[in-house]
Design a protein around this ligand. Structure first.
Ligand code: BMA
Length: 335
């Protein structure tokens, strides 16, 4: 019999059943698909447009090594991509000096109250990566708010609605204590405060030791905010980027309800294992099917291409119920 105390620590399942299923057409986008000369395309934000088509806002690295964003649209979210013939959002270092070394890794949140998409992205400044925000109705023109979190900070997305009257932003500042996920609140998307630690990187040999960050924007479910996050493991041959799962309280999103111990997705396919940066899966966006359950997760593979994996909200919540622990036992000091 399992006592409540034992239940707090999950034991690894002996049988490994994949929770995410790679699309057979993977990778679905790479540099050879691009209408202009580039080095690579990866780490795309994703959203559904009003007509039901899928938009990816892709990070494109040019042949100088600097990144910009470019939109690709598809009816089915898998193929037939219509890619903008030139960059959709370029760094503007004259007006926004924080973008001098490019803009990277966008996340898209459709905000019903604003009837606009809010895009948060990394602006690569002389001081390191910071967080910038822009809003758009159509991914053709953007209103830029500039830098909203100073360096060193990244891996950020806005929640689609206010929490207790305030906008909420998840981000990953680097501090002396490590690279943990934080949440901050704002009355107007410009002024941010009430910073709270949301999820800590673990330590030692853990797969998500020292450095974690939000992957796509959180998914609102009846049980809480479902959050995919990436964990970075430093190895003698480089970093390993894998995906983990956690659940947070709906009206108090800094409160972690459940966190999985093991990663749920990692680099296995050839296009994930080998590229400009080996062994990276890095999702920045998802779309939800009309059934309200099927998740299409778009991820950068080895910093070279964009791939798609499918899963379902129900499966993920069931897995967390089986394998997740109460977060209190998972603080860095406890493990
Ligand atoms: C992270 C980010 C991502 C990148 C990953 C692997 O720090 O910069 O854009 O995909 O490293 O290189």
């Amino acid at each position: 019999m399992t006592t409540p105390a034992q239940k707090l620590v999950s034991t690894p399942t002996t049988l490994y059943e994949p929770l995410l299923h790679r699309h057979p057409a993977n990778p679905i986008l790479s540099s050879k698909d691009w209408p202009y000369s580039i080095n690579s395309v990866f780490n795309a934000g994703a959203t559904l447009l009003a007509d039901g088509s899928t938009l990816l806002l892709c990070r494109v690295e040019d042949r100088r090594g600097l990144s910009h964003l470019c939109a690709a649209r598809s009816q089915n979210g898998v193929d037939g991509w219509q890619i903008d013939s030139k960059p959709t959002l370029m760094p503007s270092p004259k007006e926004y000096p924080e973008e001098i070394w490019g803009i990277e890794d966008p996340r898209i949140t459709f905000v019903p109250e604003l009837q606009q998409y809010v895009v948060t992205y990394t602006s690569y400044s002389r001081g390191g990566p910071g967080v910038s925000l822009a809003v758009t109705k159509d991914f053709r023109t953007f209103e830029r708010y500039g830098v909203i979190m100073p360096p060193d900070d990244k891996d950020t997305a806005l929640l689609p609605r206010r929490i207790d009257g305030y906008w909420a932003l998840i981000h990953r500042p680097m501090t002396k204590l490590g690279a943990h996920m934080w949440i901050s609140y704002s009355p107007d998307l410009r002024h941010w405060g009430r910073h709270r630690l949301m999820l800590e990187a673990r330590r030692g040999a853990w797969w998500d030791a020292n450095k974690i960050g939000l992957s796509p924007p959180p998914i609102e479910t009846s049980r809480g905010w479902l959050v995919f996050y990436h964990g970075v493991r430093h190895t003698p041959s480089g970093c390993l980027y894998r995906l983990g799962l956690a659940l947070f309280e709906l009206e108090k999103p800094e409160k972690c309800l459940l966190r999985g111990d093991s990663w749920i997705f990692g680099p296995e396919a050839e296009y994930e294992r080998h590229g400009d940066v080996d062994d990276v899966v890095f999702p920045c966006g998802y779309t939800m099917n009309p059934d309200g359950d099927t998740i299409n997760l778009y991820y950068g593979a080895a910093d070279c291409s964009i791939a798609l994996a499918r899963t379902s909200v129900r499966t993920l919540l069931d897995w967390l119920d089986e394998n997740g622990c109460c977060e209190r036992r998972q603080r860095a000091d406890d493990v």
